[in-house]
Design a protein around this ligand. Structure first.
Ligand code: ZN
Length: 343
């Protein structure tokens, strides 16, 4: 298996003194912003609080800049600094995200345009730290086998006209209409190597080749194409091959399970999928594509003060086992608010 990792060369966090100064200021502000938010929102679950804060930060221009944090000029000013830092991360408009990985292919008319790319690594680590949930609607249909065809995404409940948000930073690759399928749909390529597909839309808020930020409004939910009842059809793809979104995202808590996701040949070993390689299909023990839905995978949300040994004791598993399934070492620092896989 070939390993591959992609450098985001635009995330030029230079070590120059002036930038460091801005960064440490931003770090300070992040702390005070989150304490601010906690004071304001007692009684809200920590998970939704985190999403809420991201939305507020990201949509400040939509909601009328500065009105959300009306309590002080200092906060306004520091938000501006945060915004500047976020903008440094943005792709250039002439840049193609994950261009090398995708063999330079950038076409504007197909979801899967990559059947001829032979060089793509079959094991690839995807950075998920930039995620925003595209809609907070609940799951109405899972990924996997349906009666006669495969469902290569999941369906999330939306009302016609609900705002749909970009899942990660990226660039709009496809904006099309497909009467018998996706209806109005978008495909966005992300620098982390994934592409996301948004189907059955009632309207578009972006154009082909637009650069978008994670959490930026991109479309309006709808009921176009092969769809009964308004919903968002959401796909996660790697090199055109679909991944069960619930392997990556905890839709109940609106966050990713982990900070990264490791793609392997087994990722696509779903019975009935034309993307499954027969040899990997044979090695997969169960035909059920979604082990999360079956409750075989459990997570613990890390609180401050948690250590590997007290988590191991609490769930009656070994530290070695925790390290193995989370791909971490005994000395890895646990971050409060993140999840750790227990089984
Ligand atoms: Zn669907």
């Amino acid at each position: 298996m070939m390993k591959f990792s992609l450098q985001n060369n635009k995330a030029s966090w230079s070590a120059k003194a002036d930038k460091l100064r801005v960064l440490s200021l931003a770090a300070l502000m992040t702390v005070s912003l989150s304490s601010f938010s906690q004071n304001k929102s007692k009684g809200i679950k920590p998970s939704s609080e985190r999403v809420e804060l991201n939305y507020k930060q990201r949509h400040s221009k939509v909601a009328g800049n500065n009105q959300l944090y009306a309590d002080g000029i200092k906060i306004k000013r520091d938000l501006t600094i945060l915004k500047e830092i976020q903008e440094q991360r943005i792709l250039n408009s002439d840049e193609i995200p994950a261009e090398e990985l995708y063999g330079g292919i950038w076409v504007n008319n197909h979801v899967n345009a990559y059947s001829n790319v032979k060089e793509a690594p079959d094991t690839f680590k995807v950075d998920l730290t930039n995620f925003t949930i595209p809609t907070t609607g609940y799951i109405t249909s899972k990924f996997g086998k349906r009666q006669r065809r495969m469902h290569y995404g999941i369906d999330l409940k939306v009302q016609v006209g609900d705002t749909i948000y970009a899942a990660f930073d990226g660039k709009v690759r496809v904006k099309q209409f497909e009467r018998r399928g996706y209806g109005n749909y978008l495909v966005i390529r992300h620098p982390n190597g994934l592409e996301t597909v948004y189907g059955h839309l009632s309207g578009f808020l972006v154009d082909v080749d637009d650069v978008v930020k994670s959490g930026e409004p991109i479309a309006l939910g709808g009921n176009t194409g092969r769809s009964t009842g308004s919903h968002l059809h959401l796909e996660f793809r790697y090199m055109g091959k679909p991944i069960d979104p619930t392997e990556i995202v905890d839709f109940e808590n609106k966050v990713c399970h982990k900070d990264s996701y490791l793609i392997t040949p087994e990722t696509f070993a779903v019975s009935g999928s034309r993307y499954a390689n027969p040899s990997t299909l044979a090695t997969r023990k169960s035909n059920t594509p979604n082990k999360y839905a079956k409750g075989e995978v459990t997570y613990h949300r890390i609180k401050s003060g948690d250590t590997l040994s007290n988590i191991a004791r609490r769930y009656n598993v070994s530290i070695a086992q925790l390290c193995k399934i989370n791909n971490i070492s005994k000395t890895t620092v646990l971050k409060a608010g993140k999840s750790i896989r227990i089984s």
